[in-house]
Every structure is written in structure tokens, then in C-alpha cells.
Design a binder for this molecule. Structure first.
Ligand code: GLP
Length: 244
């Protein structure tokens, strides 16, 4: 895992946008993997700016998002589809038909998950995948457990994640307890992975990730240590626990 430590959240976001810009310019028909959460918001802002000011062209780009809350429709303001439209898709020239976010209203998550993985494979696979990290080490919604799912499908959210994500909802009772998430295998198939972390709240998990020297399903992000092309971009605060 390569690590880039930046002075600020803004610099982290620009560095992350640099990776995406260069990949998109290199291959305008690229398939990209996208993430939600607070951390990638700055990356999306920067990509929107580069689209508007530098003509970064998304017209032939395809995207797949990591996850969606089960039970939320795409027009629910708390859905990840809504988030992606608001933060990125509505402000760039991507064809919405080429953007994929798991369907939160699916009645058969297992079959849907298999179909989602198949769509990714049929599109040629993800060239560059953006990830955040949960404070408990989850990636997408693959929560710490004895076992981790390989493929996309139904997952249960941990109490920690429900608490962490309650800030986006009116009350904690409104946070869905289940989601459709890309599995660890689906994520690890991406050719290149960029993982972002920002702020004190991620310092502990980043230090565990970089100092552990082990892979453990109790910190799902450690599986990224097995991938040949992962770059962690984190600001100084998120990195502050590593040398402590
Ligand atoms: C969410 C998402 C993850 C995200 C993580 C961190 O629950 N499912 O994809 O990486 O939590 O979120 P944040 O960036 O807001 O800290």
C-alpha cells in the first residue's frame, strides 16, 4: 500500500482528483468505482470544478457505486443515489444511464447482488475504485466480522456504523440497519484502488491498518494490504496515530 500524507483535507481531495482526472483523460471510456460518505465530497467538488473549468469529459465514463441503504428509494434524500446525484452526477456531463448505484428497493438482494457484480464484469471491470474507511475499518459496508462477503449482497450494519451515520438522519432510529454492499471480492477486483481518510476520527483505524502487518476480517480494510495497487491518501490528522 502506497501512502500519501497531505497537509489538509483540501490537498487530500485534490490529490485524489488528480488520480481520477489522469485516468479519465487517459481512457475516456473508463469504468470508475465511487464511494459515499463525507470524505469523498471534496474529491467530487474538485472533479466538478475540473469538468467546468478544464473540460474534463465524463460523457463516456461508466460508474459503479459501492453501496446503498436497503429500503431507501433513489429519491430519498438519505439515499446514496441521491447523494451521488447531488454531489457529482448532476454537475458533470455523465450519462445517468451509465451510473450505477445498488437498488435499495430490491426485493431479492441476493439475486440483485449477483446481477450487480455481473454488470461490473460485463462492463470490463473497474479500473479505479475510490474508497473511504469506516471508523471501525469497514470498507463499503463490509463490517468487521468472523467472515466477510465475497460478492455484492445484503449486509447488516454494525452498531458503530449506525451511530457514525446517524448524523445524516433526523434520528438514529431512522438509520437503516441493512444495506446492499459490494463485497470484498468485488472491491478487490478493481485494478487500482484509492482509499481516503481525513481527520482525527480516523487516526486510530489508520494506525491499526498501517501498523498491523496482518490481515484480519475484524478490520476489513486490512484486506487491501493484499492488493497490488492501492494508494492511501490521508491528511496529517488521520495519519497522526501511525507514529504515535
Ligand atoms: C459509510 C460508507 C462507506 C464510507 C464510510 C466512511 O458508512 N458506507 O463507504 O467509506 O462510511 O464515511 P465518512 O467518509 O463519512 O467517514
Amino acid at each position: 500500500m502506497k501512502t500519501i500524507v497531505t497537509k489538509s483535507y483540501d490537498e487530500m481531495s485534490k490529490t485524489s482528483a488528480d488520480f481520477f482526472e489522469s485516468e479519465i483523460r487517459n481512457n475516456p471510456e473508463i469504468v470508475i468505482g465511487l464511494a459515499t460518505g463525507s470524505t469523498p465530497v471534496g474529491t467530487y467538488k474538485e472533479l466538478v470544478r475540473r469538468h467546468m473549468e478544464k473540460g474534463l469529459d465524463f460523457s463516456r465514463v461508466k460508474s459503479f457505486n459501492l453501496d446503498e441503504y436497503l429500503g431507501l428509494s433513489g429519491d430519498n434524500p438519505n439515499s446514496y443515489r441521491h447523494f451521488m446525484n447531488e454531489q457529482l452526477f448532476n454537475h458533470i456531463n455523465i450519462d445517468k444511464n451509465n451510473t450505477h448505484v445498488p437498488e435499495g428497493l430490491t426485493e431479492d438482494p441476493k439475486a440483485y447482488g449477483e446481477k450487480y457484480d455481473q454488470m461490473i464484469t460485463e462492463s470490463g471491470g473497474i479500473r479505479i475504485q475510490l474508497l473511504g474507511i469506516g471508523s471501525n475499518g469497514h470498507i463499503a459496508f463490509n463490517e468487521p466480522d468472523d467472515e466477510l462477503p465475497l460478492g455484492t449482497g445484503l449486509v447488516e450494519l454494525s452498531e458503530q456504523t449506525i451511530e457514525d451515520n446517524a448524523r445524516f438522519f433526523q434520528s438514529i432510529d431512522q438509520v437503516p440497519t441493512q444495506a446492499i454492499s459490494m463485497g470484498m471480492g468485488s472491491i478487490m477486483k478493481a485494478e487500482k484502488i484509492i482509499i481516503l481518510a481525513s481527520g482525527e476520527g480516523k487516526a486510530e483505524v489508520i494506525s491499526k491498518l498501517l501498523n498491523s502487518g496482518k490481515v484480519t476480517s475484524r478490520i476489513p480494510a486490512t484486506f487491501l494490504l493484499l492488493h497490488p495497487d492501492v494508494t492511501l491518501i490521508c491528511d496529517e490528522e488521520a495519519y497522526s496515530g501511525v507514529s504515535r
